[in-house]
Ligand binder design. Structure first.
Ligand code: R5P
Length: 222
């Protein structure tokens, strides 16, 4: 069996996603190693797009390759957002936030007409497995951690660019909907890394032979 070439798979998915963008669009840029392949592909294909970046890392690379990045402040709606994922379940639930960017990523995804997920084949799983990344408010941190129970704080990337404390929730995940609702309803949780299928338009998975597999998850009301 051919060994998996994760780099080639990421590249293939990113390249395909870049072709879904048209000149004139406002494009949300996710974060991570898969998105790192998307940025030059977008810059090669499109001269006239406006971009919103979900992290300082993405913003810096995007500018280096010549993309026009603007702040996400007065923009109300994006035409498309493209981002990676840590795990992709068969029903379209995602875990994101391995790189601590999930709060901004979720805001960008929910604001986009179409949210495209790009990934290598190792990201597809039969069942989501924890932990779920969480961003927590520093104020009251001890109390929030006590109520959540099973959270470890990150050492590598302890803060989001917005000052939130990054951790990982190790609790139950057999019903992502109820875990997501519980985390969202817990005061002190700024955002968690569970993304529901309703948020996802299309998943593009790259394969080692350079081909991609596209799965439509929802038409986002279009
Ligand atoms: O916080 C990071 C993001 O959610 C990434 O999109 C996710 O971790 C996937 O990253 P990568 O493309 O590097 O696997």
């Amino acid at each position: 069996m051919t060994p998996i070439d994760v780099t080639r798979e990421k590249q293939a998915a990113a390249q395909e996603a870049a072709t879904l963008v048209s000149d004139g669009m406002t494009v949300g840029l996710g974060t991570g190693s898969t998105v790192a392949f998307l940025l030059p592909a977008l810059a090669d294909l499109h001269r006239n797009i406006r971009c919103i970046a979900t992290s300082p890392q993405t913003e810096s690379i995007a500018r280096q390759v010549g993309l026009m990045v603007e702040p996400f402040r007065d923009v109300i709606s994006l035409d498309i957002a493209i981002d990676g994922a840590d795990q992709i379940a068969p029903d379209g639930w995602l875990i994101k936030g391995g790189g601590a960017a999930h709060t901004r990523e979720k805001l960008v995804a929910i604001s986009a007409q179409r949210f495209i997920v790009i990934a290598d084949s190792t990201k597809t799983v039969n069942n989501l497995k924890g932990p779920v990344p969480v961003e927590l408010l520093a104020f009251g941190l001890g109390s929030t951690l006590h109520r959540l129970g099973n959270v470890t704080l990150r050492e590598g990337v302890p803060h989001s660019p917005d000052g939130g404390i990054i951790g990982d929730y190790h609790g139950r995940l057999d019903d992502p909907q109820s875990t997501a609702a519980w985390l969202s309803g817990t005061p002190g949780v700024v955002e968690h890394g569970l993304f529901p299928p309703e948020m996802v338009t299309t998943i593009i998975v790259g394969h080692t032979n350079g081909k991609v597999e596209q799965r439509i998850i929802t038409n986002n009301g279009q």
